[in-house]
Design a protein around this ligand. Structure first.
Ligand SMILES: [Zn+2]
Length: 178
């Protein structure tokens, strides 16, 4: 496995629409393994293939949740999920707001509203098909990652004024780090 460089805004690759995958091959599994390792190292909880420069409809997600009652950060449980060619079939009217961030918009956060419950269809790591209702934090993360497949970043859901503020903060942060 390998840690891949993460594409960051304003790289134009993040604006492109990713293409569906024909089949889940060993080559694709290698990409998913590398994406997962890259995501854990960042660290992050979700990554779309275009964020490592591959314009294919593939996502990895691992919420790495703490078991109930556990407070030790080292006890987070890894449970990787793989989504190939994901599609959203239904969205609830009810919305949920989360303070979102993105590895391609480093260290910037903003509150984004998204449908609370979705019904989604996808292929997994082994190429098996799934169709399932998803709610809670996973629903938000999946919708955030699926936006990447359409060339949409979470900051694109903000007003231009708010988006420009985030991008200004990012530029300032990069200057300080340089
Ligand atoms: Zn993202």
């Amino acid at each position: 496995m390998a840690i891949l460089p993460i594409v960051e805004t304003p790289d134009p690759r993040l604006k492109q629409v990713s293409q569906p995958v024909d089949a889940v091959t060993d080559e694709l599994r290698r990409l998913m393994d590398d994406m997962l390792e890259t995501m854990y190292a960042a660290p992050g909880i979700g990554l779309a293939a275009i964020q490592v420069g591959e314009p294919v409809r593939v996502l990895v997600i691992d919420l790495q949740e703490l078991p109930e009652g556990e407070e030790d950060e080292d006890k987070r449980v890894r449970a990787p999920l793989y989504f190939v060619n994901p599609e959203i079939l239904e969205r609830s009217q009810e919305m949920t707001t989360y303070n979102e961030g993105c590895l391609s918009v480093p260290e910037q956060y903003a509150e984004i509203d998204r449908p609370s419950v979705i019904r989604a269809r996808w292929l997994d790591y082994d190429g098996n098909a799934h169709e399932q209702e998803i709610d809670g934090f996973l629903a938000t993360v999946l919708q955030h990652e699926m936006d990447h497949l359409e060339g949409i970043l979470f900051i694109d859901h903000l007003s231009k004024l708010k988006r420009d503020m985030v991008l200004k903060k990012l530029t300032k942060m990069r200057k300080l780090a340089a």
